[in-house]
Design a protein around this ligand. Structure first.
Ligand code: ZN
Length: 169
């Protein structure tokens, strides 16, 4: 499979809602493997299909405890709230503090069609919520207040401009 390219904000594809995977065929299996590869190459702890322009409900997560690939993932229970710093491969260099559930239960399917359930907390819970947000076209900046969102976008644009200047030198 061709190398997948990670799209960055404000690419419109990362703002679209993804459809359910109806049938886990060869294509989905290959896409999942390519997504994991792309995530590791980018040194991310998670990747959702729309980040590479595929509008299907597939996520890959690895917080250092092994690869989890989930198809049609959804949150079935959530508990508590905790604020922590987060970044996103679609918003290079930007980090923001975001409130998320401290614990979540996530259900989905593996590439063999087996249903999996995860009772996640801490970083894994955060990674799941972040990636599942992507499937709804939501980014970390959408989890901020209007004011903080505007400030973060401005900061992101500055960071991108600075990075481009560095490239040109
Ligand atoms: Zn992200």
């Amino acid at each position: 499979m061709a190398k997948l390219e990670i799209l960055t904000y404000p690419n419109p594809l990362i703002r679209k809602k993804c459809g359910n995977v109806e049938n886990i065929d060869d294509d989905i299996v290959k896409t999942s493997a390519a997504m994991a590869e792309t995530m590791y190459r980018a040194k991310g702890v998670g990747l959702a299909a729309p980040q590479v322009g595929i509008l299907k409900k597939i996520i890959a997560v690895d917080i250092g405890e092994g690869l989890i690939t989930l198809i049609n993932p959804h949150i079935t229970m959530s508990e508590g709230l905790i604020k922590s710093e987060e970044g996103c491969l679609c918003l290079p260099k930007l980090t923001v503090d975001i409130k998320r559930h401290a614990k979540v239960q996530v259900k989905g399917y593996d590439v063999n069609g087996k249903e999996l359930t995860f009772d996640a907390e801490d970083l894994l819970a955060r990674a799941f919520q972040h990636e599942i947000d992507h499937l709804d076209g939501l980014l970390i900046i959408d989890r901020l207040s209007r004011l903080k969102r505007d400030l973060s976008i401005r900061k992101y644009r500055k960071l991108q401009a600075a990075a481009q200047d560095d490239d040109e030198q």
